[in-house]
Design a protein around this ligand. Structure first.
Ligand code: ADP
Length: 284
C-alpha cells in the first residue's frame, strides 16, 4: 500500500518536471525567435540612415567644388570607409538572423558551373596580384555544366571562403576546386548519392586545432578582439555554414597552424536536377 502511494507520488513529480522542461524549452525557442526577429528588423532600419551617410560622405570626399582642404577630404573618406564597414556588419547580422528565424528563402535554380570560376576569377585575381599570391582554379573533368542550387547563396559562401583565404595568406597560393565525391568527409552518402565538392585551400597562417570548431560560431575570431590584426566581423563562417546547411550540404575544415587551411563544402547532387532542387525547399 505505502509503496504504491510512493510510486504514484514519484510519477506525478516526474510528470511535473517534464511539463516544466517542455514549457522552458518553448520559452527558450520563443525568445530565440524574438531575438532573431528583433535583429532582422533592427538591421533593416539601420540601413536606411546609413545609406544617406554613405552617399553624402562620398559626395563630400569627391570634393566637387574644390572647396575642401585635403585634410577635410580625408575625413570624409574615413567616414565613408567606416560607414561601409558598418554596412557589411549589418548585412551579415541580417543574413544570420534571417537564417536563425527560418526566414531565409532558398531559391533552387539551374546554376551554370562553367560560369562560376569566371565570376570568382574576376573578383579575386586583382587581390591575388596585389598580394603576390597565386590564384589557382581546378575544375574536375566531366562536371555537369548545370546543377540545381541557389546560385546567389552559393556564390556568397564561396566569396566568404575565398576572401578569408586571401586575407589570411601572405605567400604561396589559394586554390579553388570543384569535383565529385561519393561521400562527405563524415561518411558515405546514402542511396548512392553523390556530392559536388567546392573547396578553397590556402597556404596561409592556418587555424590552431583547438580553435577549429570555434571559428564557425558567430563573432569568433582566432586573434581575439583586443589584439585584432585582421579586419572582419567574425560572422562570415557562421553564415557560410548555415547557408551550406540550407543548400542541403555541409561545410568542413581541415587546417594546420602555420601551413594552411582547406574549407570544403559538400552539396548533394543527383543526375535528376529537379529532385536535387526539391530537396532545397525549406522544411515545412
Ligand atoms: P572574419 O573573417 O570576418 O573574422 P569569419 O567567420 O569568416 O570572420 O572567420 C572567423 C575567423 O576564423 C577569422 O577571424 C580567422 O581567425 C579564422 N579564419 C577563417 N578563415 C581562415 C583562413 N583561411 N585561414 C586562417 N584563419 C582563418
Amino acid at each position: 500500500e505505502e509503496q504504491n502511494v510512493f510510486a504514484e507520488l514519484k510519477a506525478k513529480e516526474l510528470e511535473e518536471a517534464k511539463e516544466e522542461l517542455e514549457t522552458n524549452a518553448e520559452r527558450l525557442e520563443l525568445s530565440s525567435r524574438y531575438k532573431s526577429e528583433f535583429l532582422a528588423n533592427m538591421s533593416h532600419e539601420l540601413r536606411t540612415p546609413l545609406n544617406s551617410m554613405l552617399i553624402l560622405s562620398q559626395m563630400l570626399a569627391d570634393n566637387p567644388k574644390g572647396t575642401l582642404t585635403p585634410e577635410e577630404q580625408e575625413y570624409a573618406l574615413i567616414i565613408n570607409n567606416a560607414g561601409n564597414d558598418l554596412l557589411l556588419l549589418i548585412n551579415d547580422i541580417l543574413d544570420l538572423s534571417k537564417v536563425e528565424s527560418g526566414k531565409l528563402e532558398i531559391e533552387a535554380e539551374p546554376v551554370n558551373l562553367t560560369e562560376l570560376p569566371v565570376a570568382l576569377e574576376a573578383i579575386f585575381t586583382p587581390i591575388a596580384t596585389q598580394k603576390g599570391i597565386e590564384f589557382r582554379i581546378v575544375m574536375e573533368e566531366s562536371l555537369p555544366s548545370i546543377f540545381y542550387s541557389d546560385g546567389q547563396r552559393l556564390q556568397q559562401i564561396l566569396k566568404n571562403l575565398l576572401s578569408n583565404a586571401f586575407k589570411f595568406t601572405e605567400q604561396g597560393a589559394v586554390t579553388f576546386s570543384v569535383g565529385y565525391s561519393s561521400g562527405t568527409k563524415e561518411g558515405e552518402g546514402q542511396d548512392g548519392m553523390s556530392y559536388l565538392v567546392f573547396s578553397v585551400s590556402d597556404t596561409g597562417i592556418g587555424i590552431p586545432e583547438d580553435k577549429q570548431l570555434q571559428v564557425f560560431e558567430a563573432f569568433q575570431q582566432v586573434d581575439g578582439a583586443t589584439s585584432r590584426k585582421y579586419g572582419g566581423t567574425g560572422l562570415g563562417l557562421s553564415i557560410s555554414r548555415e547557408f551550406a546547411k540550407l543548400l542541403g550540404g555541409t561545410l568542413t575544415l581541415e587546417s594546420r597552424e602555420g601551413e594552411g587551411s582547406t574549407f570544403a563544402m559538400y552539396l548533394p547532387h543527383t543526375a535528376h536536377g529537379e529532385e536535387a532542387g526539391e530537396r532545397l525547399l525549406p522544411a515545412a
